[in-house]
Write a protein that binds this ligand. Structure first.
Ligand SMILES: Cc1cc2nc3c(=O)[nH]c(=O)nc-3n(C[C@H](O)[C@H](O)[C@H](O)COP(=O)(O)OP(=O)(O)OC[C@H]3O[C@@H](n4cnc5c(N)ncnc54)[C@H](O)[C@@H]3O)c2cc1C
Length: 401
């Protein structure tokens, strides 16, 4: 006998768990299938290597589902300013939340803290079940449902299957949904470091010829470094002993925060742009990195995914309230139309910035630096960029507005 659900979400990452929480407390029966054991226990004082810049729109979603407080109680660092400058000229832009009448531009949160806070919230809902570790093996259509067989032999029937299973999404692959995109021939090196001077609750980003080097502020003098560069340089930086790494990093960052004194952890991640041709098929929807993966230079990837989750939940709940089929493609199309255009706009903007700052021809460098300085002087233009980056523009789901 198969267990019957309305929605099965494959993937208990930040996006899958957000979706589960947005459906928490509804009349729908929901299961989350996560293949890896959850990282819920870590030594006191340790800092997770993976962190995310979280927008105001995502914070509103987390708050609406009751998970934000759990994040704040663990560790959230707000930032009120952002400095961006070009290593190949004198162009620079300074963004300040005061210019948009906000106390902050966004928040830096460790991914594991986001996941744990969502997980704890999810466990308070009677209609949501977490199956972990669990992995599906196969599925087939069966009278208005999909019937999934798990690796442990269990069977689940669901009216809607959601792929929140990351950029390599096995759900997307099994559903035959194609992707388009390209590799950037870049890796992002991430590291948790401590700096000599305070980061002043500011995000710092220097565009180097090989890619952007960002310092994201954390508690005390800690910062998370995201250094996008060639795979070769990323491998060299990973292989360096700590003193060499620290002196290379301090120099690449022009000692903006004094010397970088300590590095805790390092890791590197290949970067690519990838977009699913479809976000929905009959009985299937994709959210988060399963639908789109973008360059991390403006820290938007998971924020797009959180808005996907809120938009899909809104679509599914209103479809269910009007007694229509939540898994029917014609009902899921509303979600697809809603999110695709907005995600594509953000993806192409980030791709454009990446290309603009990678260009090394003299005329482009000159125009780029003039453009940065001109933007810095134009408050309405800066306000537009800030509101866009804070997630406050576009057709937002109710939970994010
Ligand atoms: C270097 C770097 C820096 C970044 N910085 C930022 C930032 O500052 N701000 C921002 O918004 N975004 C950032 N991003 C992007 C962000 O990390 C991703 O968009 C986000 O992690 C995607 O979340 P997700 O839940 O969609 O997918 P994932 O985090 O990939 O989660 C997918 C989950 O599905 C599970 N899974 C996979 N297959 C199966 C299966 N068969 N069965 C069950 N479970 C399965 C996995 O175990 C995993 O838990 C960054 C990315 C990189 C690489």
């Amino acid at each position: 006998m198969a267990d019957q659900y309305d929605v099965v979400i494959v993937g208990g990452g930040m996006v899958g768990l957000t979706l589960a929480c947005t459906l928490g407390g509804s009349a729908l029966k929901v299961a989350v299938l996560e293949s890896s054991p959850m990282d819920t226990d870590w030594p006191d004082g340790s800092i997770g290597l993976r962190v995310s810049a979280i927008t105001h729109a995502s914070r509103k979603v987390f708050k609406a589902v009751g998970a934000w407080q759990g994040m704040v109680e663990r560790r959230v660092t707000s930032y009120g300013e952002m400095h961006v400058w070009d290593a190949c000229g004198n162009g620079a832009v300074h963004f300040d939340s005061a210019e948009v009448g906000q106390p902050s531009l966004g928040y830096i949160v460790e991914n594991r803290i986001i996941q744990l806070s969502l997980l704890q919230r999810l466990q308070q809902f009677d209609n949501v079940e977490l199956l972990c570790p669990a992995r599906w093996q196969q599925w087939h259509d069966e009278q208005g449902c999909l019937c999934l067989t798990l690796e442990d032999g269990r069977a689940l029937r669901t009216r809607l299957l959601v792929g929140g299973d990351g950029a390599r999404s096995p759900v997307r692959e099994r559903a035959g949904i194609q992707t388009k995109g390209w590799g950037y021939d870049q890796h992002a090196l991430m590291a948790i470091v401590q700096t000599e001077h305070s980061h002043l609750h500011t995000c710092w980003q220097r565009f180097l010829p090989n890619g952007p080097l960002a310092f994201l502020p954390m508690h005390g003098h800690y910062a998370c470094v995201v250094w996008s560069t060639t795979p070769e340089q990323a491998a060299e930086l990973m292989a360096m002993d700590a003193p060499d790494f620290l002196s290379n990093l301090s120099e690449a960052f022009e000692y903006k925060l004094g010397r970088v004194l300590e590095v805790q952890d390092r890791g590197k991640f290949p970067l690519r742009l990838q977009h699913s041709v479809d976000y929905a098929k009959e009985r299937i929807a994709l959210v988060g990195d399963a639908a789109h993966a973008i360059h991390p230079l403006a820290g938007q990837g998971v924020n797009l995914g959180i808005l996907d989750a809120a938009a899909l939940a809104e679509t599914v709940l209103s479809t269910h309230a009007s007694r229509r089929d939540i898994g029917a493609l014609h009902n899921l199309r509303r979600y697809e139309r809603w999110r695709k255009g907005q995600n594509v706009t953000m993806m192409l903007s980030m791709d454009g910035f990446k290309r603009l700052f990678s260009a090394q021809s003299e005329p482009v460098k000159i125009v780029r630096n003039i453009g940065l300085n001109a933007t810095n002087g134009l408050i309405p233009v800066k306000r537009f960029f800030m509101e866009y980056a804070m997630g406050d523009r576009g057709d937002l789901p109710k939970l994010a507005s």
